[in-house]
Design a protein around this ligand. Structure first.
Ligand code: SAH
Length: 384
């Protein structure tokens, strides 16, 4: 805690002066009874306490919360121009808001809670956000683990906090491209904002390329590739809904000549099965960005095996001189483990490869401690 770790597990609490209620503020004292930290108490989670402040004693009064909010928003100063209206305002623990995420999609804010400890504070959070950011709309999302508690507290996932009954799809700009976030039911808060910088890099590599986007979701990488001059873009995803939304994203950007000119195809399939099938090298650029393959620590080894299969399947489709972007969003797989797995997989293929570089978290998704570092990507290029 002294070095900034934001979680206190239930089994490391020695003594509690009373039973806590989820949402309480709890103060932590050290062995000498000195104030250490203050955080949000969750009576039902193994992460019993999520730290809001560590260091000298403070009162978490209204002025503190407003300062905290303004300071968090100020860390994004200058990051985005008018051609990027979708980004993260608050990124949980690493921003000092444990279990809380706030994303902006143009005039709409999406508040996503990953801990039931925030539920009793929704009205005050909403009031502060309206006061300081003055959004046109504020949507509430609850992660799976706190939906039941939400129901008991009278709040639901995908509810408009203000005003009532808005649309599912919210258009916004990212580097001048138009996308729609599915704010009420989409994954995370409706779009994968965390891949923005990788999408931009990928777009810059796409001129003239035949591109394959595995786990394409709503085609974020695909639209960048088309805009970057790709000859063709093939999306592959298991979800018909995701594929349909990718088609919509292409239509929304048809006013851009390169997007209108790129051939866009979609395959609805299980990527593992499809990759295990017959393969001929047919692509100059392949994106491999699967969902989290390890949702818990015990799934780590299986996830690494799955990445190995995916990478080997992908490189079999890569033309000489082709490039692969392999990404992982599994928090339980470290960057070192992931990179090692990808490197081993490509070493075992008959061809030579060269590494172009690796990336991590974008600046609006900071990662302040080991468990928070989930996003990593590796760019490789096959020998000509
Ligand atoms: N690369 C995307 C995010 C991927 S999200 C982006 O940057 O926007 C994960 C996607 O994988 C989802 O769209 C989900 O439908 C899809 N998916 C999950 N399991 C799959 C499988 N076995 N085969 C193909 N697609 C799958």
């Amino acid at each position: 805690m002294r070095s900034g770790h934001p979680w206190v597990y239930a089994d490391s609490i020695r003594d509690q002066h009373r039973e806590g209620v989820t949402g309480d503020l709890a103060v932590v004292f050290d062995r000498q009874d000195r104030f250490l930290a203050i955080g949000l108490y969750d009576a039902e989670s193994p992460i019993r306490l999520r730290i809001l402040h560590a260091g000298p004693p403070v009162a978490l009064d209204e002025a503190w919360w407003i300062r905290h909010l303004r300071g968090t928003l100020a860390r994004r100063d200058g990051l985005f121009g008018p051609d990027t209206t979708g980004h993260r305002w608050i990124h949980g623990e690493s921003d000092g808001w444990p279990g809380l995420v706030l994303d902006r999609y143009d005039g709409t804010l999406v508040l996503k809670l990953y801990s039931a400890a925030w539920l009793p504070r929704i009205p005050e959070l909403a009031a502060r956000l309206r006061e300081i950011l003055n959004p046109g709309r504020l949507v509430l999302r609850l992660s799976r683990n706190c939906r039941e508690a939400g129901t008991r507290a009278g709040v639901t996932d995908g509810a408009d906090l203000w005003p009532a009954d808005g649309a599912e799809r919210v258009p916004f700009l990212e580097n001048g491209l138009t996308f729609e976030a599915e704010v009420l039911r989409g994954q995370k808060t409706g779009f994968f904002l965390d891949q923005r910088d990788n999408r931009r890099r990928l777009g810059e590599m796409a001129a003239g390329a035949r591109v394959l986007n595995l786990f394409s979701y709503t085609g974020g990488f695909s639209v960048y590739a088309a805009h970057g001059g790709a000859r063709s873009v093939t999306d592959l995803d298991i979800s018909a809904h995701a594929i349909e939304q990718a088609r919509r994203h292409f239509r929304l950007n048809r006013h851009l000549p390169a997007v209108a000119q790129a051939r866009h195809e979609a395959i609805q399939a299980d990527a593992f099965e499809w990759l295990a099938g017959p393969a001929t090298p047919a692509f100059d650029l392949i994106i491999l960005d699967p969902p989290s393959l390890a949702r818990r620590e015990s799934e780590r080894d299986d996830a690494l095996k799955a990445y190995d299969h995916l990478v080997r399947g992908a490189v079999r489709r890569l033309l000489p001189g082709g490039r692969l972007l392999a990404a992982s969003c599994s928090a339980h797989v470290t960057a070192a483990e992931f990179f090692e797995t990808v490197r081993n997989a490509i070493r075992r293929s008959a061809r030579g490869f060269r590494e172009l570089g690796t990336t991590g978290h974008p600046p609006d998704h900071p990662s302040g401690f080991a468990e928070a570092a989930y996003l990593k990507a590796l760019y490789i290029e096959s020998a000509a």
